[in-house]
Design a protein around this ligand. Sequence first.
Ligand code: FDA
Length: 443
Amino acid sequence: MQPEFRDDGPIFDILGVGFGPSNLSLAAAIDEHNSTVPSTPLRAVFVERKRSFGWHEGMLLDQATMQVSFLKDLAAMRNPRSRFTFLTYLHERGRLVDFVNHKTLFPLRIEFHDYLEWVAGQFTDLVHYGDEVVDVRPVEADGKIAWLDVVSRDVDDPTVEVVRRTRNLVIASGLVPFLPPGVERTDRIWHSSEFLDRAAELNAAPATCTVIGAGQSAAEIAGYLHEKFPQAHVHAVFSRYGYSPADDSPFANRVFDPAAVDEFFAAPAHVQQKFFQYHANTNYSVVDLELIQDLYARVYRESVRGEPRLHMHHMTEVETAASETGRVRLRLKRLTSGERVDLDTDLVIYATGYRPMDPLGVLGSVAGLCKHDASGRLRVQRDHQVVTEGSVECGIYVQGGTEHTHGLSSSLLSTTAVRAGEIVRSILDREPRGTTPRCSNTL
Ligand code: FDA
């Protein structure tokens, strides 16, 4: 039997699906609103399938740094006086002076994770961890869809389902690891997203490791394995000629400004295409220049010593990956000559990126009420609200998965703080006060 909403349960103003940086920033924006405008408080709840807070934990490599300025944290670009800024975090941790002396805009990824966890720790009463949203059902009142019933399932006990009712839904379900078609994960074939978890399970140092891909994660993992296992041969396989640097120069970086979202949103489709043609190299299949130089220096040092251990297979594709006893045999194709060679390896790490999660999967029964463009993609307004049938009075918002409408920063942190503020503003502006019951309880 399907679980039902209990009539004595609260009706939320906002229910957030996922509690990564996007909805964490939303929680901060709601908190800021509630404390500055207590006359129109918003009641929010978040549902996160992980058992506790975590941000790309499989890639929290010791030396990896952020690819975005710490000033683009969860709050500062929206409200520099917020108590949820990275600077406030540093101050509370007693590291503000040390960080200033460090003279960097780009903190370690493990430090940024600690910052995110610090913010998440201030909202524990709002989040249901270990709970996965599996369906969203429309609730009618007077011929209109006034609320949404959000069904979630306990990740440890799938027989336990809970229904929560909300006026607005904000989906921030993030990215899904991408593996090339036909590739199956095994105990020796991994995706970069699970790298550290799987590496911790190794009971012997590998003699040979192979990393596939030419992006930041691929380069980081190749460097990490090379350092971590000083006897191992590390093979980097990619179809480009060489790793290419990420363009984070000042003018190009403007493509991640809040103003660029306005320009992208208003532009005709063929101009939107140009944003990607010209500036994909700010984010996709690119690597920090320092890391490229570091890897090159290692290869060069080894060639001087005559002991090559870090091997670059450029313009090379993997045709097949066959699990042999305890090893993997890769069939590589050299793109320039067409030659095929076999490479036997103990481990293969596919650093082949991610795809945005399809919000329709989360929306379940409500998906049919959402409108699409000619290419089948969700139609999303500038305020991040999905365009729905006229009968839908409640709001469905998306954070991420909107590159086609909001541009390159959609799945990144650059505009997270501003976007969360825009969503709160939109919800407050839309709310038809007095026509539907508002919650009496607030955060
Ligand atoms: P994110 O994926 O972080 O969180 C989504 C959450 O939703 C997850 O916790 C997931 O468990 C949960 N969820 C999904 N479906 C659910 C369901 N049905 N029910 C309940 N919960 C559900 N960007 C940047 O600007 N600068 C950077 O330096 C980096 N660095 C970086 C490193 C690595 C290794 C990766 C993979 C990515 C980055 N990024 C980045 C990009 C990255 O997408 C971005 O930093 C944020 O993670 C986006 O935050 P979100 O909250 O939108 O998604």
